[in-house]
Design a protein around this ligand. Sequence first.
Ligand SMILES: O=P(O)(O)OC[C@H]1O[C@](O)(COP(=O)(O)O)[C@@H](O)[C@@H]1O
Ligand SMILES: [Mg+2]
Ligand SMILES: [Mg+2]
Length: 329
Amino acid sequence: MAQTLSAFLQEHAAAHHIDAGLIDVMNTLAASCVAISDKVRLGDLAGIIGEAGSDNVQGEHQKKLDVIANDMLISALQNNPHVAGLASEEEDEFVAANQDGQYLVLFDPLDGSSNIDVNISIGTIFSILPHQGELSTASFLQAGNQQVASGYALYGPQTLFVLTLRHGVFVFTLNADEEFVMTREHNHIAAATKEFAINMSNQRHWQSAMQDCIAELLQGKEGVRGKDYNMRWVASMVAEVHRILMRGGVFMYPKDKRDPSKAGKLRLMYEANPMSLIVSQAGGLSTNAHQAILDIQPEGLHQRVSVVLGSSEEVTYITDKHIATGMQA
Ligand SMILES: O=P(O)(O)OC[C@H]1O[C@](O)(COP(=O)(O)O)[C@@H](O)[C@@H]1O
Ligand SMILES: [Mg+2]
Ligand SMILES: [Mg+2]
């Protein structure tokens, strides 16, 4: 019989000397994702479809489910004594939790918001950082390589919970009894790929290095890359990363020339960092087209970052090409 998530976490903690408090936080996150999944599954029947009528700190229109998922995660995590503080895509500032908590949880409660109303895969992304002392915004500004765990839930044809506690990547599937059971362990991302993901409608705004990289992919067998590529774009980072975890590929959301003050669309702390830890634990790579995302010293909770992640050969090729131009990340 497949192992349940809670049994796995107990065993994994014993094998790798992982703090019981961290395991408790992971269990709280998993339980919240089951509750969010239950609402997602019912759609209109659960009143989750449509606009919330409000904007978040990044000026994005919130969907009802962005707000519902955010509230569910905040109330569950505030009730966990090991959590000191929270940061969310949907909260302007950090949210305090428990004074004696040893962990900070950062999350994108609902990733792929534009897909909620059209019944396409969406998800929840989370990052867990260690904490000591007084809580302030500065407590959260730790580089991604300090994460003690990260993961995501994918609300797709199946509901999945994917995690790393820095000892490999494990995939759990929600069964008919509303329990996560392990379906993949030590997932590994193939080094080479013939599949890429980028929002091609932004092509004219990209910097020249990214223009060159994608032009080479589109030339296929006849070009310098010497192979034909396929392209996918789901518009849910969770779904793209999961596809890459399962069969390789490269996902890119580059900085572009429209607003030079914005380093890309995706957020470092609760999108790029947690996904980069998952990808690196699965043998893939993740950069901002110049340096490892996990090494970036954050400057703000909602900081944006360019993202190139997935199969190592492809990420290395694209990153080297950017570095060769001498352009800034
Ligand atoms: O609108 P675009 O350019 O397709 O962007 C899609 C990207 O935006 C995101 O939806 C941003 O996440 P949110 O939905 O959490 O804001 C990513 O999941 C996805 O990769
Ligand atoms: Mg997101
Ligand atoms: Mg979101």
